[in-house]
Design a protein around this ligand. Sequence first.
Ligand code: AMP
Length: 312
Amino acid sequence: MQRILDKIKSYDKIIIHGHKRPDGDCYGAQFGLKNIIKNSFPQKEVYVVGEKSDFVDFVGQVDTISDDIYQGALSIVVDTAVKDRISDQRYTLGQEVIKIDHHIPVDDYGDLRWVDTSFPSCAQMITYFYYKFKNELKLTEEGAIALYTGIVTDTGRFRFRGVSQLTHQLAGLLIDKGVDVEYIDGKLSKETLEMIALKGYVYSNFVTAKGFVYLKMTRDIIEKYNVTDEQAASVVGLIGGIEGFPVWALFIEYPSEIRIRLRSSGPTIDKLANQYGGGGHAKAAGARLDSWEQLPQFIKDVEEVVKVYNEV
Ligand code: AMP
């Protein structure tokens, strides 16, 4: 952390990247870090780049920058374990690259890395970074909102096991900075009529295998219910926690691939995700299928993972 702070101090331009299809934690870490650097060192140019997220756009707006800005700049990539998933591959144009992440490492990219899987969110890592150096760093309410949003979204509103005393302590620090908990919850909880209808579809159409529940979110369903890809992807939690089905997944059909959002309340599933071009955490991972033809094999593989887990 000290070396990261020293690097930040030594660059005039800093460009912060996240991952493709950014979520609340990615945005929270990106905009929280930008806020800390910008307020602590106002003379520095700091940008957040990458894909946009409608879901958490209240946290900040990404910058559009030209290639020449990378000249002599420091690239910081947050919340991303796999190089291919980094949103805006121009991060390599920076003079040096720092990786800050809480996922099980897949690609060891970056000149300097701070990876700690004990953190339940990357936003908590950034908050901790601020806390460690709070005598020389500044964080405003806007940055605190970003970081708090990252913490609550990646912990399922403080429900997942990675949540610790430190998580609450740091969340408390953010509340002290002016976070309005109800404002953030209101933003994250708002529902459209279309989403309610889609949820009805999910509840009536999930499929069960041995110890595994899944739903195929095909393009025609996304179009029929008139929701964004991001909204369609958000329903993964609805089919979780069903008794006798410790693993569940949502398959989302994109034009060039089928993305898997894989979850578990029992066996670890990140190794399985690795086999299907992905990764993530022990109990929450992402992967991909090239076509629906791979689905039967994937189901068999999950069933095997569940079987081995039940035998132990
Ligand atoms: P998601 O289902 O997209 O929420 O992903 C669950 C977790 O796995 C998140 O922490 C992601 O960052 C991670 N993840 C998702 N897709 C991939 C991938 N293709 N490779 C590595 N990690 C991933």
